[in-house]
Design a protein around this ligand. Structure first.
Ligand code: C2O
Ligand code: CU
Length: 487
């Protein structure tokens, strides 16, 4: 009997040892090298399309610049610098800024403009870059450190050049240590207006959470603006946070004119519905100013923008409450350029869940894609001209605003139900827990493109992938040794 016990405990000990050994190996194996090429560690997924990486035509994304020649129509300089920023309540915030303010300067350019923005890193030891979120720029102008460029070190500068071809509401932000840098203030709005810009009252409402306060722009209380009745108003909602925000427009019916910078065709009147803007997303709301005040508030806060026909007396904002939420499915009317029954060249699965394991040596229940943890998450390979379908399924217990650089997704279905009424294009698809979306895009912008969750701490925790064009390579490396940390 005691012999049996001894054998039993020896066996148990062995099993424990093997288990421990396995855990130790998993930990060791998960550690990222000092520097690495984003394309080396990921697992290529061809989505049922042709495979061969055609190395004969391999070219570096260094060749995929914006226009290098020509006088810019719009030129400016953004200086990344630390600053103490004051919110409207008087609260002071230690921020990382562009040009000393949060948000950074609003860049308003005209459709077709050649844009040249010089970024200077004045005093950020952590480095900085600028990503033009939602603008489908040439790959080398995309601003992702370790993928399309090296992060700028203190004292360095770089000029981004691209042609502003899409009309709409976009934003810019650092893509070096993005989770920290954006939270601390390295962002601003980018608006591309049509060449014949309509007159009226046009304002960006950039929502951001600071320690202890949520602000629209730099206003963390009530901001008042005088707007004459009859004025055409366009409010460009932008959520720069890492989680969704609900915004409530009261006092008028409105139309949702655009989502993520793309116009909705034939939008109808919306009333008493809150607009949920996922992290990184934009909604343009339009209405004709009535003869009474209109208020845009952030749900759950006392932060609001009040437009009034006459100078209004001081007033408090009671906590903003959200009613039912606006649903873009079925909104507007127009023909879809393609739909779920189209002939796709490649179809990819993006199955978001959680898994116990190590990411870069950190143990935890990490975000997984198709059952894998970063960096073994998929690298989706496409070719120029492909019509691509992605099925994004979220069974992870949290929302994930999935952002693809350089392209816009056409939403095809949600939970198996086709989205047929109007094209609904997004660059950041807010996928709630339990939801499944089919989206499609046409591969027309060659490069190495990030595809990640815009809940930026999630991205930093491994919810990061790439869409790579067959034959395009990057000379840049991420990791500590390269001083590049895109997330
Ligand atoms: Cu707005 Cu890759 O980010
Ligand atoms: Cu996420």
């Amino acid at each position: 009997m005691s012999r049996l016990l001894a054998v039993g405990s020896t066996l148990l000990g062995l099993v424990a040892l093997v288990g421990l050994g396995w855990v130790a190996w998993a930990w060791y194996d998960s550690r990222l090298p000092g520097s690495y090429n984003a394309m080396e560690l990921a697992v290529p997924d061809y989505g049922g399309g042709p495979h061969p990486q055609n190395l004969a035509v391999a070219r570096s994304l260094e060749q995929l610049h914006g226009p290098q020649a020509g006088e810019p129509d719009f030129a400016t300089t953004l200086v990344a610098q630390k600053a103490i920023v004051r919110l409207s309540s008087g609260a002071e915030v230690r921020a990382w800024t562009f040009n000393g303010s949060v948000p950074g300067p609003e860049l308003r350019v005209r459709e077709g403009d050649l844009v040249a923005v010089t970024l200077v890193n004045q005093d950020l030891d952590e480095g900085v870059s600028i990503h033009w979120h939602g603008v489908d720029v040439p790959n080398r102008e995309d601003g992702v450190s370790g993928v399309t460029q090296d992060a700028l070190r203190r004292g360095e500068s770089y000029t981004y050049r691209f042609r502003a071809e899409q009309v709409g509401t976009f934003w810019y932000h650092t893509h070096q240590n993005a989770a920290k840098g954006v939270r601390l203030g390295l962002y601003g709005a980018l608006v591309i207006v049509p060449r014949q810009a309509p007159s009226g009252f046009d304002l960006v409402a950039a929502v951001h959470s600071f320690p202890g306060a949520v602000a629209i722009g730099s206003n963390d209380g009530l901001e008042r603006r005088e707007v004459a009745p009859g004025t055409q108003v366009r409010l460009r909602l932008l959520n720069t946070d890492s989680s969704a925000q609900k915004l409530v427009l009261e006092g008028t019916a409105f139309r949702v004119a655009a989502i993520d910078g793309t116009e909705i065709t034939a939008p109808t009147a919306v009333e008493e519905e809150a607009i949920e803007v996922g992290a990184g997303g934009r909604y343009d709301l339009v209405f004709t100013m009535p003869a009474r005040p209109v208020q845009l508030g952030v749900a759950g806060s006392h932060t609001a923008l009040r437009l009034a026909p006459t100078p209004a007396p001081e007033a408090e904002v009671s906590t903003v409450r959200a009613g039912p939420t606006f649903d873009p499915v079925g909104y507007g009317t127009a023909k879809m350029p393609f739909d779920r029954s189209s002939d796709f060249d490649r179809s990819f699965e993006v199955d978001l869940a959680r898994k116990i394991g190590f990411v870069d040596g950190r143990p935890g229940r990490h975000w997984s894609v198709n059952g894998k943890l970063f960096p073994e998450t998929p690298m989706y390979v496409v070719r120029v001209g492909d019509l691509v379908r992605m099925t994004v399924t979220n069974r992870s217990g949290a929302a994930h605003p999935m952002h693809l650089h350089g392209h816009h997704f056409l939403v095809l279905s949600r939970d198996g139900i086709p989205v047929g009424n109007s094209p609904w294009w997004v660059d950041t698809l807010n996928v709630q827990d339990g939801e499944s979306y089919e989206v499609g895009f046409r591969a027309t912008n060659p490069g190495v493109w990030m595809f990640h969750c815009h809940n930026l701490p999630h991205a930093a925790d491994g919810l990061t992938m790439h869409v790579v064009y067959d034959g395009v390579t990057t000379p840049y490396r991420a990791g500590d040794a390269a001083h590049n940390h895109p997330e």
